[in-house]
Design a protein around this ligand. Structure first.
Ligand SMILES: C[S@@+](CC[C@H](N)C(=O)[O-])C[C@H]1O[C@@H](n2cnc3c(N)ncnc32)[C@H](O)[C@@H]1O
Length: 517
């Protein structure tokens, strides 16, 4: 029997996987070539350690020479920070310098992801949260600690995998969102970052950086961290249905459940009443995530609740390059989609909150602010079959439909004023508002393809000119909205002087009873 090249490759992979599983059964960890050997403590579930993302079947963006960002730093031996320190143009835009192009050559300090310049960390066993990572040395605020590496997968694949993990009984979640279309799955292959637990009062945060044109997720310290302190960041978990996982971070402001702040969780677990806008997600839709993100479609849920992190200029030339030598791991698999880090002990706790139908569909759409950079969100629970039923998960298709905020009906309000001048002013303001809103909606339709195109390339940013147009139109609309409200309040608080035209009112422009009562 002759095998084709593809069949041969597939067969080889099957064999390789089998070898890996076999070694895993014996408690031996298998590391990919080039990775530092790791000492694995007993009890750490098997995984393959990698310090570079693995992109299977995903188009890797090739950078043209013209696209390579070149900074203007000049290395001065007297000032080490001159070589791509915090003032470097690339650092300021969270972009790593490209070797061979950076004017500081080998002195460049802005290649931390590429060179795996990680802080020293140590794996340890936590109480109730599986394994965790702690600082092996003092870590300064703003330091790059480690990259969250894993397999880059599409949102469709993420959904399938999370279902599979769930079916396999894995409890910890290791799938983190990279951008609108892609996720990083560190369940089977990942860096040590996969062991960092969630905290509602974290000492670390995720930030996205661009390296060779690709987005990568790093864990950075938010504050000085003493040696031996557990590292943790806020997962910004999105909840897709299934069990509610008790958060054991112990922070005074703990939100009790992982993902409790996420929209899906709130919709599912809280009482929603007419006019209750406690959980309304503010909309600033440069990006309509429900329609545009395959993720939302696949998960049939109320979209990701991403957080935006801005990159800061880091000067961690002093960082220790190896964070692994002293680490151990263990994995307790959870079937869940974690965005950055996993969740351990999945405890199915009944939530007593009364569940009621969501009345206002329009409150449900998720927001995504675009021109910003990155964030990483951890999602858990595939939601396959466990997605809340009978709940409105609809996300509007157009921006105008999204604008669910209750708007003042200016015509009705104007009628309440006795003064014709006041009425005219309010109606004029309303016309301006309508015009501004229309312009904003038209612009949204116009720029949507550009946003989609950008998302396909795995970029979180939209072109600057698009962002500028959007900001301008948004500001105009906000101003028109403000002018209208201001005009109403002004005419109410400061009545116009009497004129002959007003016979009905003896109180100037005061609104009629309905309002004053
Ligand atoms: C990315 S893993 C983190 C490492 C994990 N502890 C381990 O042993 O592999 C995320 C999982 O850790 C657990 N976890 C993380 N933070 C937690 C917290 N604050 N409370 C409860 N479980 C947590 C959850 O099971 C979560 O799905």
């Amino acid at each position: 029997m002759r095998l084709t090249h593809t069949e041969g490759t597939e067969l080889f992979h099957v064999f390789l996987n089998w070898c890996i599983e076999f070694l895993a059964m014996d408690g031996i960890n298998f590391f990919e070539a080039g990775d530092a050997p790791l000492t694995v403590p007993e009890g750490v579930p098997f995984f393959i350690h990698i310090n570079q993302n693995v992109s299977s079947g995903r188009k890797v963006v090739k950078q043209n020479d013209d696209d390579i960002p070149i900074c203007e730093c000049k290395y001065d031996a007297k000032y080490p920070d001159s070589a791509c320190g915090e003032r470097c143009l690339n650092v300021l835009t969270s972009t790593e310098c490209v070797p061979g192009y950076c004017p500081c050559r080998e002195y460049c300090k802005n290649q931390r992801f590429q060179k795996c310049q990680y802080a020293q960390t140590k794996l340890f066993r936590t109480e109730g949260r599986g394994w965790g990572l702690l600082a092996g040395k003092y870590i300064k605020a703003g330091e790059f600690i480690i990259e969250y590496c894993g397999e880059i997968i599409s949102s469709k694949e993420a959904k399938q995998r999370s279902q599979t993990y769930e079916a396999q009984g894995l409890r910890d979640a290791y799938i983190i969102s990279l951008n609108a279309n892609y996720f990083i799955d560190a369940t089977k292959k990942g860096s040590m970052a996969r062991f960092i637990n969630h905290s509602c009062q974290p000492n670390c945060e995720t930030r996205k950086w661009t390296v060779f044109g690709e987005t990568r997720v790093g864990i950075f310290s938010k504050q000085d961290i003493a040696v031996g302190t557990e590292l943790a960041y806020d997962y910004n978990f999105e909840w897709y249905g299934g069990a509610n996982v008790r958060c054991l971070c112990g922070a005074p402001n703990c939100s009790i459940f992982l993902g409790a702040k996420s929209h899906g969780f709130q919709v599912h677990n809280h009482v929603w009443e007419d006019g209750d806008d406690r959980y309304t997600v503010d909309t600033f839709p440069l990006y309509d995530s429900a329609e545009d993100e395959p993720f939302s479609k696949h998960f049939k849920s109320a979209s990701l609740n991403n957080t935006i992190f801005t990159a800061s200029g880091d000067e961690d030339n002093l960082m220790k390059v190896d964070g692994f030598a002293e680490t151990n791991y263990s994995i307790e698999f959870t079937n869940i989609i974690a965005e950055p880090f996993g969740s351990v002990a999945v405890e199915a706790l009944p939530i007593n909150a009364v569940k009621s139908e969501v009345k206002e569909e329009t409150d449900l759409f998720p927001q995504k602010t675009q021109q910003n950079i990155p964030q990483a969100t951890l999602g858990y629970n595939s939601g396959s079959g466990s997605t809340p039923k009978n709940r409105s998960q609809h996300v509007p298709k157009s921006r105008s439909k999204q604008a669910s905020r209750k708007q003042v009906n200016a015509k009705n309000v104007a009628k309440l004023f006795a003064s014709k001048q006041a009425q005219e002013e309010i109606i004029r303001c309303e016309e301006l508002r309508t015009e501004a809103t229309k312009k904003l909606n038209d612009l949204y339709d116009e720029i949507r393809p550009s946003i989609e195109e950008h998302a396909k390339d795995s970029q979180d940013n939209v072109p600057t000119d698009v962002a500028e147009k959007w900001i301008e139109a948004t500001c105009t609309q906000w101003k028109a909205e403000l002018d209208l409200h201001f005009s109403i309040i002004k005419n109410f608080v400061c009545p116009r002087p009497h004129t002959n035209e007003h016979t009905a009112s003896t109180e100037g422009d005061h609104v009629v009873k309905q309002l004053t009562n």
